[in-house]
Ligand binder design. Structure first.
Ligand SMILES: [Zn+2]
Length: 134
């Protein structure tokens, strides 16, 4: 819905965002950009903010998904991990199981957000229910 419209860029000025740590504290150079916070450096088109300008839909969705996964992983992993341990889903110290389960959950969250925002697969969705099959 948002992305295919591609009017997002004209509506909102999206600041450039570091693809690694999502900071907006960037030094934009002539040939590349550098993050002041995490020291990431790379080409301008790797900055996430540029997803709003002049990219084709597939690239936009790709960047959107990547950004979303990073965001969810960065913002939820620790709390979610504590939650899973608290409820006995994962044993404390079982990092392998924790990593697997977190990846599964974050992946599903990202898929849900993507579906909501982009409407991917929405044409196949039956009305009501709201859950996923299986
Ligand atoms: Zn950074």
């Amino acid at each position: 819905m948002i992305i295919p419209g591609s009017d997002l860029s004209s509506e909102m000025a999206v600041p450039n965002v570091c693809p690694k740590c999502h900071s907006t504290a960037l030094e934009i150079g002539i040939s590349n950009a550098r993050c002041i916070v995490c020291r990431w450096s790379g080409a301008h088109d790797e900055l996430l903010g540029v997803a709003s300008s002049g990219l084709d839909l597939e690239t936009k969705v790709g960047k959107f998904t990547e950004d979303l996964l990073n965001l969810l992983a960065a913002t939820t992993s620790r709390r979610l991990g504590e939650f899973l341990v608290r409820w006995g889903v994962v044993n404390p110290g079982d990092t392998e199981a924790m990593r697997y389960i977190l990846a599964q959950i974050v992946g599903r969250m990202a898929a849900g957000v993507l579906q909501f925002c982009v409407g991917e697969g929405a044409e196949n969705a039956d009305e009501g229910g709201g859950g996923e099959p299986g």
